[in-house]
Design a protein around this ligand. Sequence first.
Ligand SMILES: Cc1ncc(COP(=O)(O)O)c(C=O)c1O
Length: 474
Amino acid sequence: MNGTTGEISPTTSDSVADPAATGVEGAPGREGTADTTLTGPGSVAQWTERYTHAVMDTFGAPQKVLVRGEGAYVWDADGKRYLDLLAGIAVNALGHAHPTLTAAVSAQLGTLGHVSNFFGTPTQIALAERLLNLAQAPEGSRVFFTNSGTEANEAAFKMARRNRDGAAGPGTRTRILALEGGFHGRSMGALALTSKAAYREPFEPLPGGVEFVPFGDLVALEEAFSDEAVAARGEVAALFVEPVQGEAGVRPLPPGYLVAARELTASSGALLVLDEVQTGVGRTGTWFAFQQQEIGGGVVPDVVTLAKGLGGGFPVGAVVAFGERAATLLGRGQHGTTFGGNPVAAAASLATLAVIERDGLLANVRAVGEQLREGIAACGNPVVAGTRGHGLLIAVQLSAPVSAEVARLALDAGFIVNAVQPDAIRLAPPLILTRDQASEVVAFFAGLPADLTRRVPTPTPTPAPTASATPPKG
Ligand SMILES: Cc1ncc(COP(=O)(O)O)c(C=O)c1O
């Protein structure tokens, strides 16, 4: 126990000697009342103090310490309730403690919790089939499972490296393109694809060959594929794109961009990799964002990366490779992970997908998302300049860089939101959000102090879209 305040539950020390908890003695160790969480009581202030002594300071101090969730609500250690409009950053698709998800995870863990990738499991295989089906992936498509979004992009990066033979001969595809403002994760390959200097520079040198093109700029994209660029810098192995840039402030690509990107990548032999880590699994109102005509224009990508909402809160990621060519870029022994595709994560994903389908949540996302976007945009408060996004991935554009103050006011009022940019608030609530809950959110924005933009000192002009308003959490 490493804490400096708060108490250890009296059962904690017992639990260490309890065979049911340690598994040291006897079998099967399923009975007993061991306190396996090793926590005990404490206020938000006490837990926050303990956090600062025990958890590495990469995220800053937590805004609150949360102890429980149910549906779209969470409670902090002081017993205060919040409507969770962030869902663990676009993760908890079904909200908190969903009974179907809880039962599926418990049942799988009680049956078969983990096997190595020397073995298959029915849940893993069924999930791969389900994802291929939902993605309408063609014959020959395959899935690789990971534990997170960054790992899914890491795998896609390696696939891009294997797409190495170009028209000019073996090994001539040396370039990978990504978009300015894009966020693809924090491990070294995914970080190399992420444009923000503050994330990259402390860790350079990063894997090479990545070039950034300006967001949404088709002329710049065409230039990157031009004969001159190829002659000077080599052929392109892959283009990585988020259909809606999440961390950059919920920025949808301009209409037609993905269609043009598909044409350029297809004609040059480059892979079109869509990072749907944030936008996938119903978040925008379709299973995947690229499936919306308005966003994808009917394109079929080569690779889609997923995580976040896929496990409904259980850590899981996936790479969907479309067609035989993409699906065979990584051969035997060329990539791997101990936990990726484990049966509990797969069961969580299957349950999440099943509930989204059973409860008509895609339609709910579209309807409640529209209600939120339109309601907030029309709320009449001068602090609100507009909204953007698709489904339940929404940015509230503010008329001044006061997002940190708005997020603080929201927390006080019992709403969890994210100051994703100095002048933008991100909403990514559970897909189960109701119309009544959405009305409460609209009322919150309508009721913001109209003089907020004058109350908060704003010494700097609106910063570039890649700057973060709060310590980055993604
Ligand atoms: C688009 C996108 N890609 C990748 C990632 C990284 O995912 P993870 O945090 O699961 O590693 C994120 C996380 O915010 C993301 O939004």
